[in-house]
Design a protein around this ligand. Structure first.
Ligand SMILES: Cc1cc2nc3c(=O)[nH]c(=O)nc-3n(C[C@H](O)[C@H](O)[C@H](O)COP(=O)(O)OP(=O)(O)OC[C@H]3O[C@@H](n4cnc5c(N)ncnc54)[C@H](O)[C@@H]3O)c2cc1C
Length: 575
Protein backbone atom coordinates (compact mmCIF):
# COMPACT_ATOMS: atom_id res chain seq x y z
CA UNK A 1 0.00 0.00 0.00
CA UNK A 2 1.31 3.45 -0.85
CA UNK A 3 0.75 6.63 1.17
CA UNK A 4 0.39 10.08 -0.37
CA UNK A 5 0.57 13.26 1.69
CA UNK A 6 -1.31 16.44 0.88
CA UNK A 7 -2.68 19.48 2.71
CA UNK A 8 -6.21 18.59 1.72
CA UNK A 9 -7.98 15.71 0.01
CA UNK A 10 -11.10 16.45 -2.02
CA UNK A 11 -13.24 13.46 -2.91
CA UNK A 12 -15.33 14.27 -5.98
CA UNK A 13 -14.66 16.01 -9.29
CA UNK A 14 -18.13 17.49 -9.81
CA UNK A 15 -18.78 21.22 -9.52
CA UNK A 16 -18.49 21.34 -5.74
CA UNK A 17 -15.20 19.43 -5.54
CA UNK A 18 -13.68 21.38 -8.41
CA UNK A 19 -14.69 24.77 -7.01
CA UNK A 20 -13.19 23.93 -3.61
CA UNK A 21 -10.06 22.64 -5.37
CA UNK A 22 -9.67 25.79 -7.41
CA UNK A 23 -9.74 27.97 -4.29
CA UNK A 24 -7.49 25.80 -2.13
CA UNK A 25 -4.86 25.17 -4.78
CA UNK A 26 -4.04 28.89 -4.75
CA UNK A 27 -2.02 28.17 -1.60
CA UNK A 28 -2.07 24.49 -0.71
CA UNK A 29 -1.15 21.09 -2.11
CA UNK A 30 -4.52 19.68 -3.13
CA UNK A 31 -5.33 16.10 -4.17
CA UNK A 32 -8.67 15.59 -5.91
CA UNK A 33 -9.78 11.97 -6.30
CA UNK A 34 -12.71 10.99 -8.46
CA UNK A 35 -14.05 7.58 -9.37
CA UNK A 36 -14.63 8.79 -12.93
CA UNK A 37 -12.79 11.38 -15.01
CA UNK A 38 -14.13 14.65 -13.47
CA UNK A 39 -15.91 15.88 -16.58
CA UNK A 40 -18.06 12.73 -16.46
CA UNK A 41 -19.44 13.73 -13.05
CA UNK A 42 -23.20 14.06 -12.76
CA UNK A 43 -22.93 17.87 -12.61
CA UNK A 44 -22.34 17.67 -16.36
CA UNK A 45 -25.88 16.35 -16.86
CA UNK A 46 -27.54 19.44 -15.35
CA UNK A 47 -29.77 21.03 -17.91
CA UNK A 48 -31.96 23.92 -16.85
CA UNK A 49 -29.68 26.43 -15.18
CA UNK A 50 -28.30 28.23 -12.14
CA UNK A 51 -30.18 30.82 -10.09
CA UNK A 52 -28.99 34.33 -9.31
CA UNK A 53 -30.91 37.57 -8.79
CA UNK A 54 -29.18 39.43 -11.61
CA UNK A 55 -32.32 41.28 -12.69
CA UNK A 56 -31.48 40.87 -16.40
CA UNK A 57 -34.90 39.58 -17.46
CA UNK A 58 -37.36 42.33 -18.49
CA UNK A 59 -39.92 40.90 -16.01
CA UNK A 60 -37.39 40.48 -13.21
CA UNK A 61 -35.71 43.87 -12.99
CA UNK A 62 -36.72 44.30 -9.34
CA UNK A 63 -35.26 40.96 -8.31
CA UNK A 64 -33.03 40.86 -5.20
CA UNK A 65 -31.12 38.23 -3.18
CA UNK A 66 -33.75 38.66 -0.43
CA UNK A 67 -36.54 37.70 -2.85
CA UNK A 68 -34.46 34.74 -3.98
CA UNK A 69 -34.01 33.75 -0.32
CA UNK A 70 -37.74 34.04 0.35
CA UNK A 71 -38.63 31.82 -2.62
CA UNK A 72 -36.03 29.26 -1.50
CA UNK A 73 -37.26 29.18 2.10
CA UNK A 74 -40.93 28.99 1.13
CA UNK A 75 -40.02 26.29 -1.40
CA UNK A 76 -38.21 24.38 1.36
CA UNK A 77 -41.46 24.31 3.38
CA UNK A 78 -39.56 26.35 5.98
CA UNK A 79 -37.11 23.58 6.83
CA UNK A 80 -34.08 25.31 5.26
CA UNK A 81 -31.75 27.16 7.62
CA UNK A 82 -32.39 30.81 6.86
CA UNK A 83 -28.89 32.15 7.55
CA UNK A 84 -27.28 29.78 5.10
CA UNK A 85 -29.91 30.47 2.44
CA UNK A 86 -29.36 34.23 2.75
CA UNK A 87 -25.63 33.67 2.40
CA UNK A 88 -26.13 31.60 -0.75
CA UNK A 89 -28.51 33.99 -2.46
CA UNK A 90 -26.24 36.99 -1.72
CA UNK A 91 -23.26 35.18 -3.21
CA UNK A 92 -25.25 34.02 -6.25
CA UNK A 93 -24.79 37.02 -8.57
CA UNK A 94 -21.04 37.05 -7.80
CA UNK A 95 -20.74 33.33 -8.52
CA UNK A 96 -22.48 33.60 -11.89
CA UNK A 97 -20.36 36.58 -12.90
CA UNK A 98 -17.27 34.67 -11.78
CA UNK A 99 -18.26 31.73 -14.00
CA UNK A 100 -18.75 34.16 -16.86
CA UNK A 101 -15.32 35.69 -16.33
CA UNK A 102 -13.79 32.21 -16.42
CA UNK A 103 -15.36 31.76 -19.84
CA UNK A 104 -18.61 29.88 -19.20
CA UNK A 105 -20.70 30.24 -22.40
CA UNK A 106 -24.03 31.44 -20.96
CA UNK A 107 -26.94 32.06 -23.31
CA UNK A 108 -27.56 35.79 -23.72
CA UNK A 109 -30.33 38.29 -24.32
CA UNK A 110 -30.12 40.50 -27.39
CA UNK A 111 -28.63 43.32 -25.28
CA UNK A 112 -25.69 41.01 -24.50
CA UNK A 113 -26.60 40.36 -20.85
CA UNK A 114 -26.72 36.82 -19.42
CA UNK A 115 -30.13 35.36 -20.28
CA UNK A 116 -32.50 34.27 -17.50
CA UNK A 117 -35.61 32.07 -17.63
CA UNK A 118 -38.50 31.47 -15.23
CA UNK A 119 -38.23 28.37 -13.04
CA UNK A 120 -40.49 26.57 -10.57
CA UNK A 121 -41.34 28.29 -7.30
CA UNK A 122 -39.46 31.47 -8.27
CA UNK A 123 -41.13 34.88 -8.02
CA UNK A 124 -38.87 36.27 -10.78
CA UNK A 125 -37.22 34.77 -13.87
CA UNK A 126 -33.73 34.31 -12.38
CA UNK A 127 -32.35 31.07 -13.80
CA UNK A 128 -29.23 31.68 -15.90
CA UNK A 129 -28.53 29.02 -18.50
CA UNK A 130 -26.42 27.76 -21.36
CA UNK A 131 -29.22 26.44 -23.61
CA UNK A 132 -30.29 23.23 -21.80
CA UNK A 133 -26.74 22.06 -21.17
CA UNK A 134 -25.78 24.36 -18.31
CA UNK A 135 -24.01 21.77 -16.14
CA UNK A 136 -21.85 20.66 -19.05
CA UNK A 137 -20.76 24.24 -19.71
CA UNK A 138 -19.97 25.01 -16.06
CA UNK A 139 -18.18 21.71 -15.39
CA UNK A 140 -15.83 22.09 -18.34
CA UNK A 141 -15.14 25.69 -17.41
CA UNK A 142 -14.15 24.82 -13.84
CA UNK A 143 -12.16 21.75 -14.86
CA UNK A 144 -10.06 23.83 -17.25
CA UNK A 145 -9.36 26.34 -14.47
CA UNK A 146 -8.29 23.57 -12.07
CA UNK A 147 -5.95 22.08 -14.67
CA UNK A 148 -4.48 25.53 -15.30
CA UNK A 149 -3.84 26.01 -11.61
CA UNK A 150 -2.24 22.63 -11.00
CA UNK A 151 -4.76 20.72 -8.86
CA UNK A 152 -3.41 17.15 -8.55
CA UNK A 153 -6.07 14.94 -10.06
CA UNK A 154 -6.32 11.25 -9.19
CA UNK A 155 -8.85 10.04 -11.74
CA UNK A 156 -10.45 6.63 -11.32
CA UNK A 157 -9.57 6.43 -7.63
CA UNK A 158 -12.42 5.10 -5.50
CA UNK A 159 -12.92 6.34 -1.91
CA UNK A 160 -13.45 3.30 0.29
CA UNK A 161 -13.25 4.59 3.87
CA UNK A 162 -12.30 7.63 5.88
CA UNK A 163 -9.48 7.28 8.38
CA UNK A 164 -9.73 8.98 11.75
CA UNK A 165 -8.04 9.15 15.15
CA UNK A 166 -10.52 9.77 17.96
CA UNK A 167 -12.67 12.57 16.56
CA UNK A 168 -10.24 13.85 13.92
CA UNK A 169 -10.05 12.83 10.29
CA UNK A 170 -6.53 11.97 9.15
CA UNK A 171 -7.13 10.87 5.57
CA UNK A 172 -8.82 8.25 3.47
CA UNK A 173 -8.29 4.83 1.98
CA UNK A 174 -8.88 4.56 -1.78
CA UNK A 175 -8.69 1.95 -4.50
CA UNK A 176 -6.78 2.88 -7.66
CA UNK A 177 -9.09 1.32 -10.21
CA UNK A 178 -6.43 1.34 -12.94
CA UNK A 179 -3.85 -0.69 -10.97
CA UNK A 180 -6.01 -2.41 -8.35
CA UNK A 181 -3.73 -1.02 -5.58
CA UNK A 182 -5.04 0.32 -2.28
CA UNK A 183 -3.75 3.85 -1.75
CA UNK A 184 -3.90 5.91 1.44
CA UNK A 185 -4.12 9.70 1.37
CA UNK A 186 -2.80 11.27 4.57
CA UNK A 187 -4.27 14.78 5.02
CA UNK A 188 -5.46 17.02 7.85
CA UNK A 189 -8.56 18.05 5.90
CA UNK A 190 -10.92 15.93 3.83
CA UNK A 191 -13.77 17.41 1.77
CA UNK A 192 -16.53 15.06 0.67
CA UNK A 193 -18.11 16.15 -2.62
CA UNK A 194 -19.33 12.80 -3.92
CA UNK A 195 -22.76 13.91 -5.19
CA UNK A 196 -26.21 12.39 -4.72
CA UNK A 197 -27.40 8.87 -4.06
CA UNK A 198 -30.34 8.56 -6.43
CA UNK A 199 -29.31 5.10 -7.57
CA UNK A 200 -30.73 3.62 -4.36
CA UNK A 201 -34.04 3.85 -6.27
CA UNK A 202 -34.71 1.57 -9.25
CA UNK A 203 -35.20 4.47 -11.61
CA UNK A 204 -33.63 7.88 -11.22
CA UNK A 205 -32.51 10.80 -13.35
CA UNK A 206 -29.14 10.40 -11.63
CA UNK A 207 -26.09 8.97 -13.37
CA UNK A 208 -25.19 5.38 -12.57
CA UNK A 209 -22.27 6.65 -10.43
CA UNK A 210 -24.56 8.47 -7.93
CA UNK A 211 -24.34 5.88 -5.18
CA UNK A 212 -23.70 7.90 -2.01
CA UNK A 213 -20.14 6.74 -1.39
CA UNK A 214 -19.14 9.80 0.62
CA UNK A 215 -22.37 9.62 2.57
CA UNK A 216 -21.75 5.96 3.47
CA UNK A 217 -18.13 6.61 4.45
CA UNK A 218 -19.11 9.52 6.71
CA UNK A 219 -21.94 7.53 8.31
CA UNK A 220 -19.59 4.67 9.16
CA UNK A 221 -17.32 6.99 11.14
CA UNK A 222 -20.27 8.31 13.14
CA UNK A 223 -21.30 11.48 11.29
CA UNK A 224 -25.12 11.84 11.47
CA UNK A 225 -27.27 11.73 8.34
CA UNK A 226 -29.51 14.76 8.08
CA UNK A 227 -33.00 15.12 6.52
CA UNK A 228 -32.75 11.95 4.45
CA UNK A 229 -36.53 11.51 4.29
CA UNK A 230 -36.64 14.41 1.85
CA UNK A 231 -36.19 12.96 -1.60
CA UNK A 232 -37.07 15.07 -4.61
CA UNK A 233 -39.23 13.43 -7.25
CA UNK A 234 -38.96 15.43 -10.46
CA UNK A 235 -42.33 15.93 -12.14
CA UNK A 236 -41.16 15.41 -15.69
CA UNK A 237 -39.13 12.27 -16.35
CA UNK A 238 -39.38 10.73 -19.79
CA UNK A 239 -41.74 7.75 -19.94
CA UNK A 240 -39.83 4.56 -20.71
CA UNK A 241 -36.32 5.61 -19.66
CA UNK A 242 -36.86 8.01 -16.75
CA UNK A 243 -34.44 10.56 -18.24
CA UNK A 244 -34.96 14.13 -17.05
CA UNK A 245 -36.98 16.57 -19.13
CA UNK A 246 -35.68 19.80 -17.64
CA UNK A 247 -37.86 22.24 -15.76
CA UNK A 248 -36.50 24.65 -18.35
CA UNK A 249 -39.09 23.13 -20.70
CA UNK A 250 -41.88 24.53 -18.52
CA UNK A 251 -39.80 27.65 -17.89
CA UNK A 252 -39.92 28.27 -21.64
CA UNK A 253 -43.72 27.83 -21.60
CA UNK A 254 -44.30 24.05 -21.74
CA UNK A 255 -47.77 22.96 -20.52
CA UNK A 256 -49.01 19.81 -18.76
CA UNK A 257 -52.16 17.97 -19.91
CA UNK A 258 -54.03 14.87 -18.75
CA UNK A 259 -55.93 12.46 -21.02
CA UNK A 260 -59.00 14.72 -20.90
CA UNK A 261 -56.93 17.54 -22.43
CA UNK A 262 -57.19 19.42 -19.10
CA UNK A 263 -54.37 21.62 -17.81
CA UNK A 264 -54.69 20.15 -14.33
CA UNK A 265 -52.13 22.52 -12.77
CA UNK A 266 -54.67 25.36 -13.14
CA UNK A 267 -56.67 23.80 -10.28
CA UNK A 268 -53.73 22.88 -8.10
CA UNK A 269 -51.68 26.07 -8.29
CA UNK A 270 -53.82 28.80 -9.90
CA UNK A 271 -51.03 31.41 -9.80
CA UNK A 272 -47.85 29.48 -10.50
CA UNK A 273 -49.51 26.78 -12.66
CA UNK A 274 -46.83 24.68 -14.42
CA UNK A 275 -44.18 26.63 -12.52
CA UNK A 276 -45.22 25.60 -9.03
CA UNK A 277 -42.42 23.88 -7.04
CA UNK A 278 -41.51 20.32 -7.94
CA UNK A 279 -43.03 18.57 -4.91
CA UNK A 280 -46.46 20.01 -5.74
CA UNK A 281 -46.35 19.17 -9.46
CA UNK A 282 -44.95 15.67 -8.84
CA UNK A 283 -47.93 14.93 -6.56
CA UNK A 284 -50.37 16.44 -9.06
CA UNK A 285 -49.05 14.31 -11.94
CA UNK A 286 -49.00 11.15 -9.83
CA UNK A 287 -52.59 11.83 -8.73
CA UNK A 288 -53.76 12.32 -12.33
CA UNK A 289 -52.23 8.96 -13.25
CA UNK A 290 -53.50 7.17 -10.11
CA UNK A 291 -57.04 8.46 -10.70
CA UNK A 292 -57.18 7.28 -14.30
CA UNK A 293 -56.54 10.58 -16.08
CA UNK A 294 -53.11 9.60 -17.38
CA UNK A 295 -52.22 7.99 -20.69
CA UNK A 296 -51.78 4.20 -20.57
CA UNK A 297 -52.10 4.60 -16.76
CA UNK A 298 -48.48 5.70 -16.79
CA UNK A 299 -47.84 9.29 -17.92
CA UNK A 300 -49.22 12.74 -18.74
CA UNK A 301 -48.27 15.06 -21.59
CA UNK A 302 -45.66 17.82 -21.49
CA UNK A 303 -46.62 19.90 -24.50
CA UNK A 304 -44.09 22.21 -26.17
CA UNK A 305 -45.58 22.22 -29.66
CA UNK A 306 -46.98 25.76 -29.32
CA UNK A 307 -43.47 27.15 -28.66
CA UNK A 308 -42.50 26.64 -32.29
CA UNK A 309 -39.54 24.92 -33.90
CA UNK A 310 -37.17 27.87 -33.69
CA UNK A 311 -37.48 28.38 -29.93
CA UNK A 312 -37.25 24.66 -29.17
CA UNK A 313 -34.12 24.30 -31.28
CA UNK A 314 -32.48 27.32 -29.70
CA UNK A 315 -33.42 26.91 -26.03
CA UNK A 316 -34.20 23.20 -25.57
CA UNK A 317 -32.09 21.30 -28.09
CA UNK A 318 -30.95 18.63 -25.62
CA UNK A 319 -34.50 17.86 -24.45
CA UNK A 320 -35.64 17.51 -28.04
CA UNK A 321 -32.78 15.12 -28.91
CA UNK A 322 -33.38 12.96 -25.82
CA UNK A 323 -37.14 12.68 -26.46
CA UNK A 324 -36.48 11.71 -30.10
CA UNK A 325 -33.78 9.16 -29.21
CA UNK A 326 -35.41 7.57 -26.17
CA UNK A 327 -39.17 7.93 -26.80
CA UNK A 328 -39.40 8.46 -30.56
CA UNK A 329 -41.18 11.79 -29.98
CA UNK A 330 -40.18 15.03 -31.68
CA UNK A 331 -41.30 17.76 -29.26
CA UNK A 332 -41.77 20.19 -32.16
CA UNK A 333 -44.64 18.03 -33.39
CA UNK A 334 -45.95 16.03 -30.43
CA UNK A 335 -46.25 16.26 -26.64
CA UNK A 336 -43.64 14.43 -24.55
CA UNK A 337 -44.85 11.57 -22.27
CA UNK A 338 -43.71 12.26 -18.68
CA UNK A 339 -44.19 11.06 -15.11
CA UNK A 340 -42.63 11.79 -11.72
CA UNK A 341 -39.38 10.04 -10.83
CA UNK A 342 -36.49 10.17 -8.41
CA UNK A 343 -34.25 13.16 -9.01
CA UNK A 344 -32.43 14.64 -6.03
CA UNK A 345 -31.48 14.05 -2.41
CA UNK A 346 -32.19 17.05 -0.18
CA UNK A 347 -30.61 15.26 2.78
CA UNK A 348 -27.17 13.82 3.26
CA UNK A 349 -24.12 14.27 5.45
CA UNK A 350 -25.20 16.21 8.53
CA UNK A 351 -23.49 19.48 9.29
CA UNK A 352 -22.80 21.15 12.62
CA UNK A 353 -25.27 23.50 14.23
CA UNK A 354 -22.62 25.91 15.50
CA UNK A 355 -19.69 25.36 13.11
CA UNK A 356 -18.93 26.99 9.80
CA UNK A 357 -21.26 25.98 6.99
CA UNK A 358 -20.36 22.54 5.59
CA UNK A 359 -18.35 21.51 8.66
CA UNK A 360 -19.24 18.08 10.10
CA UNK A 361 -19.02 16.66 13.60
CA UNK A 362 -15.73 14.90 12.71
CA UNK A 363 -12.91 17.45 13.03
CA UNK A 364 -11.30 18.21 9.66
CA UNK A 365 -14.12 16.61 7.66
CA UNK A 366 -16.27 18.94 5.53
CA UNK A 367 -19.02 18.15 3.07
CA UNK A 368 -20.32 20.12 0.10
CA UNK A 369 -22.72 19.76 -2.81
CA UNK A 370 -25.45 17.17 -3.15
CA UNK A 371 -23.91 14.76 -0.62
CA UNK A 372 -24.15 17.40 2.12
CA UNK A 373 -27.16 18.65 4.01
CA UNK A 374 -25.96 22.23 4.46
CA UNK A 375 -29.66 22.92 4.58
CA UNK A 376 -30.32 25.39 1.81
CA UNK A 377 -33.04 23.15 0.33
CA UNK A 378 -34.86 21.97 3.46
CA UNK A 379 -37.79 19.74 2.53
CA UNK A 380 -37.91 20.66 -1.16
CA UNK A 381 -35.25 22.12 -3.46
CA UNK A 382 -36.04 24.73 -6.09
CA UNK A 383 -34.68 24.02 -9.55
CA UNK A 384 -31.50 25.95 -10.31
CA UNK A 385 -30.43 26.18 -6.66
CA UNK A 386 -28.24 23.09 -6.67
CA UNK A 387 -25.69 24.18 -9.25
CA UNK A 388 -25.59 27.40 -7.28
CA UNK A 389 -25.01 25.59 -3.99
CA UNK A 390 -22.07 23.60 -5.37
CA UNK A 391 -20.10 26.64 -6.49
CA UNK A 392 -21.03 28.96 -3.61
CA UNK A 393 -20.08 26.46 -0.91
CA UNK A 394 -17.13 24.98 -2.79
CA UNK A 395 -15.59 28.44 -2.85
CA UNK A 396 -16.71 29.12 0.72
CA UNK A 397 -14.99 26.00 2.08
CA UNK A 398 -11.81 26.90 0.24
CA UNK A 399 -11.76 30.39 1.69
CA UNK A 400 -12.65 29.24 5.21
CA UNK A 401 -9.94 26.57 5.29
CA UNK A 402 -7.25 28.92 4.02
CA UNK A 403 -8.32 31.46 6.64
CA UNK A 404 -8.12 28.87 9.43
CA UNK A 405 -4.83 27.39 8.27
CA UNK A 406 -3.70 23.80 8.66
CA UNK A 407 -4.90 22.30 11.94
CA UNK A 408 -2.78 20.51 14.54
CA UNK A 409 -2.86 16.77 14.02
CA UNK A 410 -2.74 13.61 16.11
CA UNK A 411 0.76 12.10 16.53
CA UNK A 412 2.19 10.26 13.54
CA UNK A 413 2.24 6.87 15.26
CA UNK A 414 -1.50 7.17 15.97
CA UNK A 415 -2.19 8.18 12.38
CA UNK A 416 -0.18 5.22 11.07
CA UNK A 417 -1.97 2.85 13.44
CA UNK A 418 -5.36 4.13 12.22
CA UNK A 419 -4.31 3.74 8.58
CA UNK A 420 -3.24 0.15 9.24
CA UNK A 421 -6.46 -0.66 11.08
CA UNK A 422 -8.54 0.71 8.18
CA UNK A 423 -6.53 -1.26 5.66
CA UNK A 424 -6.71 -4.49 7.69
CA UNK A 425 -10.44 -4.04 8.05
CA UNK A 426 -10.88 -3.75 4.27
CA UNK A 427 -8.60 -6.68 3.48
CA UNK A 428 -10.61 -8.67 6.04
CA UNK A 429 -13.85 -7.62 4.38
CA UNK A 430 -12.56 -8.60 0.92
CA UNK A 431 -11.54 -12.03 2.25
CA UNK A 432 -14.97 -12.50 3.79
CA UNK A 433 -16.73 -11.54 0.57
CA UNK A 434 -14.59 -14.12 -1.27
CA UNK A 435 -15.44 -16.90 1.16
CA UNK A 436 -19.15 -16.01 1.47
CA UNK A 437 -21.76 -18.01 -0.38
CA UNK A 438 -24.63 -15.52 -0.24
CA UNK A 439 -26.27 -13.36 -2.90
CA UNK A 440 -24.45 -11.22 -5.45
CA UNK A 441 -24.49 -7.45 -4.96
CA UNK A 442 -26.69 -6.92 -8.01
CA UNK A 443 -29.51 -9.10 -6.59
CA UNK A 444 -29.56 -7.22 -3.30
CA UNK A 445 -29.36 -3.89 -5.07
CA UNK A 446 -32.31 -4.62 -7.33
CA UNK A 447 -34.50 -5.82 -4.45
CA UNK A 448 -33.55 -2.75 -2.42
CA UNK A 449 -34.41 -0.39 -5.29
CA UNK A 450 -37.78 -2.03 -5.76
CA UNK A 451 -38.65 -1.78 -2.08
CA UNK A 452 -37.80 1.91 -1.98
CA UNK A 453 -39.55 2.70 -5.25
CA UNK A 454 -42.69 0.93 -4.05
CA UNK A 455 -42.82 2.01 -0.40
CA UNK A 456 -40.91 5.29 -0.07
CA UNK A 457 -42.13 7.21 -3.10
CA UNK A 458 -44.22 10.33 -3.82
CA UNK A 459 -47.09 9.27 -1.50
CA UNK A 460 -46.13 7.48 1.72
CA UNK A 461 -47.92 5.76 4.59
CA UNK A 462 -47.10 3.94 7.82
CA UNK A 463 -47.62 0.32 6.71
CA UNK A 464 -45.52 0.72 3.57
CA UNK A 465 -42.76 2.63 5.33
CA UNK A 466 -42.64 -0.01 8.05
CA UNK A 467 -42.36 -2.64 5.33
CA UNK A 468 -39.42 -0.74 3.82
CA UNK A 469 -37.70 -0.47 7.21
CA UNK A 470 -38.10 -4.24 7.79
CA UNK A 471 -36.89 -5.04 4.28
CA UNK A 472 -33.80 -2.88 4.74
CA UNK A 473 -32.80 -4.86 7.83
CA UNK A 474 -33.01 -8.02 5.74
CA UNK A 475 -30.95 -6.47 2.95
CA UNK A 476 -28.30 -5.55 5.51
CA UNK A 477 -28.21 -9.22 6.57
CA UNK A 478 -28.01 -10.32 2.95
CA UNK A 479 -25.14 -7.91 2.43
CA UNK A 480 -23.17 -9.34 5.35
CA UNK A 481 -23.14 -12.57 3.39
CA UNK A 482 -22.61 -11.00 -0.06
CA UNK A 483 -20.34 -13.08 -2.29
CA UNK A 484 -17.75 -11.91 -4.77
CA UNK A 485 -15.03 -13.89 -6.48
CA UNK A 486 -11.53 -13.04 -7.59
CA UNK A 487 -10.57 -9.95 -5.59
CA UNK A 488 -7.60 -11.21 -3.60
CA UNK A 489 -4.72 -9.61 -5.53
CA UNK A 490 -4.20 -6.13 -6.99
CA UNK A 491 -4.15 -7.67 -10.48
CA UNK A 492 -7.60 -9.14 -9.85
CA UNK A 493 -8.87 -5.81 -8.49
CA UNK A 494 -7.83 -3.86 -11.59
CA UNK A 495 -10.92 -2.30 -13.22
CA UNK A 496 -12.95 -4.87 -11.31
CA UNK A 497 -16.46 -3.47 -11.55
CA UNK A 498 -17.91 -6.35 -9.56
CA UNK A 499 -15.82 -5.04 -6.68
CA UNK A 500 -16.78 -1.41 -7.36
CA UNK A 501 -20.50 -2.24 -7.43
CA UNK A 502 -20.19 -4.17 -4.17
CA UNK A 503 -18.33 -1.31 -2.48
CA UNK A 504 -21.02 1.07 -3.75
CA UNK A 505 -23.79 -1.14 -2.41
CA UNK A 506 -22.11 -1.08 1.00
CA UNK A 507 -22.81 2.66 1.02
CA UNK A 508 -26.20 2.54 -0.70
CA UNK A 509 -27.68 0.09 1.77
CA UNK A 510 -26.84 2.34 4.70
CA UNK A 511 -28.32 5.44 3.14
CA UNK A 512 -31.40 3.55 1.91
CA UNK A 513 -31.98 2.24 5.42
CA UNK A 514 -31.65 5.75 6.86
CA UNK A 515 -34.07 7.10 4.23
CA UNK A 516 -36.76 4.55 5.12
CA UNK A 517 -36.17 4.99 8.86
CA UNK A 518 -36.39 8.79 8.79
CA UNK A 519 -39.49 8.70 6.54
CA UNK A 520 -41.26 6.45 9.02
CA UNK A 521 -40.26 8.72 11.89
CA UNK A 522 -41.58 11.97 10.37
CA UNK A 523 -45.32 11.79 10.98
CA UNK A 524 -46.30 14.91 9.05
CA UNK A 525 -46.29 16.12 5.45
CA UNK A 526 -43.68 18.71 4.54
CA UNK A 527 -42.22 19.51 1.13
CA UNK A 528 -41.37 16.37 -0.78
CA UNK A 529 -42.22 14.09 2.17
CA UNK A 530 -45.96 13.49 1.83
CA UNK A 531 -47.72 11.12 4.26
CA UNK A 532 -51.26 10.19 3.23
CA UNK A 533 -51.84 9.24 6.89
CA UNK A 534 -50.53 12.61 8.19
CA UNK A 535 -51.40 15.01 5.37
CA UNK A 536 -50.60 18.30 7.15
CA UNK A 537 -47.44 20.05 8.26
CA UNK A 538 -46.91 20.00 12.03
CA UNK A 539 -44.51 22.74 13.03
CA UNK A 540 -45.12 22.13 16.75
CA UNK A 541 -43.48 18.70 16.53
CA UNK A 542 -41.45 18.53 13.36
CA UNK A 543 -39.91 21.89 12.52
CA UNK A 544 -36.53 20.20 13.12
CA UNK A 545 -33.85 18.47 11.09
CA UNK A 546 -33.74 14.71 11.45
CA UNK A 547 -30.25 13.46 12.38
CA UNK A 548 -29.77 9.69 12.24
CA UNK A 549 -26.80 7.78 13.66
CA UNK A 550 -26.06 4.10 14.14
CA UNK A 551 -25.63 3.28 17.82
CA UNK A 552 -23.20 0.80 19.35
CA UNK A 553 -25.70 -2.04 19.10
CA UNK A 554 -25.98 -1.47 15.35
CA UNK A 555 -29.47 0.05 15.42
CA UNK A 556 -30.45 3.35 13.86
CA UNK A 557 -31.18 6.14 16.31
CA UNK A 558 -33.05 9.39 15.65
CA UNK A 559 -31.82 12.72 16.97
CA UNK A 560 -32.92 16.18 15.93
CA UNK A 561 -31.32 19.56 15.31
CA UNK A 562 -33.18 22.89 15.45
CA UNK A 563 -33.96 24.73 12.23
CA UNK A 564 -32.36 28.18 12.04
CA UNK A 565 -35.32 30.45 11.53
CA UNK A 566 -35.04 34.11 10.55
CA UNK A 567 -37.02 36.94 9.03
CA UNK A 568 -39.40 34.66 7.07
CA UNK A 569 -41.98 33.19 9.42
CA UNK A 570 -43.34 29.73 8.58
CA UNK A 571 -46.68 30.07 6.76
CA UNK A 572 -48.85 27.74 4.68
CA UNK A 573 -47.44 27.43 1.16
CA UNK A 574 -49.73 28.69 -1.57
CA UNK A 575 -48.83 29.10 -5.21
C1 LIG B 1 -30.22 15.07 -14.93
C2 LIG B 1 -29.99 16.15 -13.89
C3 LIG B 1 -30.22 17.47 -14.21
C4 LIG B 1 -30.00 18.46 -13.27
N1 LIG B 1 -30.23 19.77 -13.61
C5 LIG B 1 -29.98 20.74 -12.71
C6 LIG B 1 -30.13 22.12 -13.06
O1 LIG B 1 -30.47 22.47 -14.19
N2 LIG B 1 -29.89 23.05 -12.11
C7 LIG B 1 -29.49 22.73 -10.85
O2 LIG B 1 -29.28 23.63 -10.03
N3 LIG B 1 -29.30 21.43 -10.49
C8 LIG B 1 -29.52 20.44 -11.39
N4 LIG B 1 -29.33 19.13 -11.03
C9 LIG B 1 -28.71 18.83 -9.73
C10 LIG B 1 -27.22 19.13 -9.78
O3 LIG B 1 -26.73 18.89 -11.07
C11 LIG B 1 -26.42 18.28 -8.80
O4 LIG B 1 -27.01 18.28 -7.54
C12 LIG B 1 -25.00 18.82 -8.66
O5 LIG B 1 -24.41 19.04 -9.92
C13 LIG B 1 -24.15 17.88 -7.84
O6 LIG B 1 -22.82 18.31 -7.87
P1 LIG B 1 -21.76 17.65 -6.89
O7 LIG B 1 -20.48 18.35 -7.14
O8 LIG B 1 -22.29 17.63 -5.52
O9 LIG B 1 -21.67 16.12 -7.35
P2 LIG B 1 -21.47 15.39 -8.75
O10 LIG B 1 -21.42 16.32 -9.90
O11 LIG B 1 -22.46 14.29 -8.78
O12 LIG B 1 -20.02 14.78 -8.61
C14 LIG B 1 -19.73 13.74 -7.71
C15 LIG B 1 -18.26 13.39 -7.85
O13 LIG B 1 -17.90 12.48 -6.82
C16 LIG B 1 -17.11 11.46 -7.35
N5 LIG B 1 -17.29 10.27 -6.52
C17 LIG B 1 -18.43 9.69 -6.12
N6 LIG B 1 -18.16 8.61 -5.37
C18 LIG B 1 -16.82 8.51 -5.31
C19 LIG B 1 -15.93 7.58 -4.70
N7 LIG B 1 -16.34 6.52 -4.01
N8 LIG B 1 -14.60 7.77 -4.85
C20 LIG B 1 -14.14 8.81 -5.58
N9 LIG B 1 -14.94 9.72 -6.17
C21 LIG B 1 -16.26 9.56 -6.02
C22 LIG B 1 -17.60 11.29 -8.77
O14 LIG B 1 -16.59 10.71 -9.56
C23 LIG B 1 -17.89 12.73 -9.16
O15 LIG B 1 -16.73 13.34 -9.64
C24 LIG B 1 -29.55 18.13 -11.97
C25 LIG B 1 -29.31 16.80 -11.65
C26 LIG B 1 -29.56 15.81 -12.60
C27 LIG B 1 -29.35 14.38 -12.19
Amino acid sequence: MSVKEFDVLIVGGGLSGLRAGLELSKKWKVALVSKVVPIRSHSGAAQGGINAALGNHPEGKEDTPEKHAFDTIKGSDYLADQDVVMFMTKEAPKIVVEFESMGAPFSRFENGKIAQRPFGGAGSPRTCYAADRTGHALLHTLYEQCIRQGVDFYDEFFLIDLISVYNTVTGALTLDLTTGELVTFRTPYVILATGGFGRIFTASTNAIICTGDGVGAAFRVGVPMQDCEFIQFHPTCLYGSGILMSEGARGEGGLLFNNKKERFMLKIAPEAKELAPRDIIARAITTEINEGRGFEDAYVHLDLTHLGAERIKERLPGIRDIAIDFAGVDSIEKPIPVHAGHHYSMGGIGTKFDGDYCETSLDGLWAVGENAAVSVHGANRLGGNSLLETAVFGRYIGRKMLERGLPSRPSLDKIIAAEKATLDNIEGLFKRWESNSGKKAVEIREAMGETLSRNVFVFRKESELQQAVNDMKNFQKDFENVSLTNISSPAARKFNYGLVRTLELRNMIDIAEVTAFASLWRKESRGAHYRTDYPTRKDEDYLVHSMVIRNNSGDLEMHTKPVKLGIFEPKPREY
